[in-house]
Design a protein around this ligand. Structure first.
Ligand SMILES: [Zn+2]
Ligand SMILES: [Zn+2]
Length: 157
């Protein structure tokens, strides 16, 4: 009964996405395609859609359907910063590091980080938590920095 309701003009203008997904999209500022909330809420505000009886992240699904496969290990960054937006033109596939670096929320960033930028694991004896600001730091890198500093100093003498 409800399945045949006509799409709005905006929804009908969108590219080929499943109809049940189109029905949840409304036009946002800056040409965002805002996907209305579903019952299930993702912690970061991402919406999910049901595809072939499984729940997938809506923005990733839109990107893969309309742009192409997301390379392994890459994350989708919203250039418009609207996490419920599913307009693939507003998305960019980036490495986790870039996505993290772009995020403004330091504590969320730090809690997600499992490795330093040189790939050392940030856990156990390699993890140093700065008492002044609570930042997680890599001990291996800190040691390397200080020994390089010492080497430089000794070669000068
Ligand atoms: Zn957007
Ligand atoms: Zn390191």
């Amino acid at each position: 009964m409800t399945a045949r309701l006509p799409l709005t003009k905006f929804q009908a203008s969108l590219p080929n996405l499943p109809r049940h997904m189109l029905r949840r999209i409304s036009e946002g500022p800056g040409n965002c395609w805002i996907l209305r909330g579903s019952a299930k809420h993702h912690p970061y505000g991402y919406q999910s859609v049901s595809i072939n009886n499984s729940s997938v992240l809506a923005h990733r699904f839109a990107y893969e359907t309309l742009v192409g496969p997301i390379p392994e290990g890459l994350q989708i960054d919203h250039l418009c910063k609207v996490t419920s937006c599913v307009n693939p033109e507003h998305m960019e596939a980036v490495t986790g590091e870039v996505n993290v670096a772009r995020s403004n929320c330091t504590s969320a960033v730090n809690s997600r980080k499992t490795h330093c930028k040189y790939g050392h694991e940030l856990s156990g004896s390699n993890l140093y938590i700065r008492p002044d600001n609570g930042k997680r730091q890599c001990k291996a890198c800190a040691n390397q920095r200080s020994s390089a500093h010492k080497r430089k100093r000794s070669s000068q003498t």
